[in-house]
Each structure stands twice: as C-alpha cells, then as structure tokens.
Ligand binder design. Structure first.
Ligand SMILES: Nc1ncnc2c1ncn2[C@@H]1O[C@H](COP(=O)(O)OP(=O)(O)OP(=O)(O)O)[C@@H](O)[C@H]1O
Ligand SMILES: [Mg+2]
Length: 270
C-alpha cells in the first residue's frame, strides 16, 4: 500500500524523522542580538567615544557578532571615530528608504562591524523608526550598540524605543547632570531598563561634581568613571578608538574595564 501525505496519517512523517539519529538532527538556534543604546541628553559628553570603544573592546573579546549603529542623523560622527569617512551606503540612505540595511554594514578591521551615517547627506529625513530598520539584524549579531543623538527629540526617542537597555553617559558637571535626569525619566516613560551610568571626562578637579554626588543625584549606580585624557582626542583625529590607538592610556584602560563590566552584566544575553 502506498503511504500518502495525508496529515491525519503520521506514519510518513515518523519515517522521515527516524532517518535522523537523535544527536545528528540539525541544531537551529535562533541568534537574537541584544540592543544596547548609548544616551545622554546633553551633546558632546562622549556617547560616540563610549560606543566606539566598548564596541571595539567587546569585538576583541568576543570575536565577531558586534555591530555599531549610527543613530544620530543630525550630527553623524560614528564614522569619524572609526576611521570610516566616505561610504557609498549609509544609515541615512537606509532611513530614507533608499537602501536595505544590509548594504550599509561595513567592517571596521577585525571583527567589528558598523553602520555609519553620512556627513554629506543633505536631504531631510522626515520619519525615523530605528526599531523597524534594526530589528531584522537581530538574527545576525550578538550585540548591537546604538550611538544615539543628544536631547529628547524624535531621533533620540526612536533610539530609546529601539533599545533593550540603555547606557547613560554624563560628565561631572552640574548642567550635564541636570539634563541627564531627563534621559532617566524618558527611559522610565518608555520602560527601557538602564544598565548604568558612565561618568566621562573626569579630571578630578575640585570644581567637578564628586562621583558620590553624581550617584546620589541620579540615583543609579555608576558603572565606570572615565578620565579626561588627551589620547582620546588624538585617537579621534587618527580615526581609531583609544582602546586600540593607545591601549595603555588611562582612558583606554577605563574603557576596557567598562566593556568587561558590560560583558559581565549581559552574561547569557550574548
Ligand atoms: N574621556 C575623554 N577624554 C578627552 N576627550 C574626550 C573624552 N571623551 C570624549 N572626548 C572628546 O569629546 C568630544 C565629544 O565626544 P563625542 O563625540 O564622543 O560626544 P557625543 O556625546 O557623542 O557628542 P554628540 O552629542 O555630538 O553626539 C570629542 O572631541 C572627543 O574626542
Ligand atoms: Mg555622538
């Protein structure tokens, strides 16, 4: 008698499956990248520097699977920090609907990959939905780091909504800390957990807000304090994140330690 593929008849299926020995069945595990957004309300505090350095450090540690994404369309500097100056397809083309996101992925030496923006892009992008564009990349990476723009306008809010968790960067100065509180409130409003705060450009001067006060004001643990270090500015001119440009510098050591803490915190999510 011929066995048909009638769904009520389970025998053909069982026969097919029995062809696979238990241990030899193909193992298909869906990879699902974790999306970590780097934020600050005030501009210029060091979001891109932080994103580029933790991305570089984690790519060295974990191998491939790390992607940095430009989410600051107004002042897209991620490419400058990574030495990618002129790309054919950028995040701007993707957001304008002119190119698929895969086409905008660039390899930054070694294992790290990045989607830079375009400094030359002149047309206006009216609708920004980072989540919709980035979500399909989850199956290809372990960790996606979003380099958000400052403030709490449409771009930053779209980045918050696209993030699984937020890293907040601040400086030890009163105006920066005051505006950082607004980012914390936005995180709460959109129910995105905060991994912690990074206090960047610490000079240890007596006019700075002490770290204990920063912690008290923000009510959140400080993940790492990063010194103000000339090597960071030099590294930007070279287009190489300081963890690679000057690995022994104080800022590089702090960024490496920050990457280590992030790795510990993410643990099984990676
Ligand atoms: N730890 C540091 N020591 C010295 N200079 C630093 C440090 N961190 C960042 N900088 C410098 O501060 C400037 C701004 O840094 P960055 O571009 O990372 O800020 P940002 O928060 O991303 O800015 P934006 O809001 O425009 O996106 C750069 O010139 C950078 O080299
Ligand atoms: Mg930036």
């Amino acid at each position: 008698m011929v066995e048909t593929l009638d769904p009520s008849n389970q025998k053909p299926l069982k026969k097919i499956l029995s062809g696979f020995e238990r241990g030899r069945r193909p193992k298909i595990t869906a990879r699902r990248a974790y999306i970590l957004g780097v934020f600050s309300c005030k501009g210029g505090v060091g979001k891109t520097t932080t994103a580029a350095n933790i991305g570089t450090a984690l790519a060295e540690k974990l191998g491939e699977g790390i992607l940095l994404v430009e989410a600051n369309l107004s002042a897209p500097n991620l490419g400058l920090h990574l030495g990618i100056l002129d790309v054919e397809t950028s995040m701007h083309d993707v957001m304008a609907g002119a190119a698929p996101i895969d086409k905008a992925i660039h390899t930054v030496g070694g294992n790290l990959q990045a989607i830079p923006g375009s400094l030359a892009y002149e047309e206006e992008i009216h609708y920004v939905d980072f989540k919709a564009k980035i979500e399909p990349l989850r199956s290809k990476y372990k960790l996606i780091i979003l380099d958000a723009g400052p403030g709490l306008g449409a771009e930053a809010i779209s980045s918050i909504k696209a993030s699984d968790e937020m890293l907040i960067v601040t400086n030890p100065e009163i105006p920066t800390i005051a505006s950082t509180l607004r980012t914390f409130r936005a995180a709460e409003r959109y129910r995105v957990p905060i991994m912690g705060t990074v206090v960047n450009k610490v000079r240890g001067k007596n006019y700075e807000v002490p770290l204990s006060e920063v912690k008290k004001s923000l009510g959140w643990p400080i993940l790492m304090s990063i010194p103000d270090d000339e090597k960071v500015r030099e590294s930007l001119t070279a287009g190489v994140p300081v963890v690679k440009f000057a690995p022994k510098s104080s800022a590089a050591r702090a960024f490496n330690e920050l990457a280590e803490r992030i790795y510990e915190k993410l643990g099984s999510k990676l």
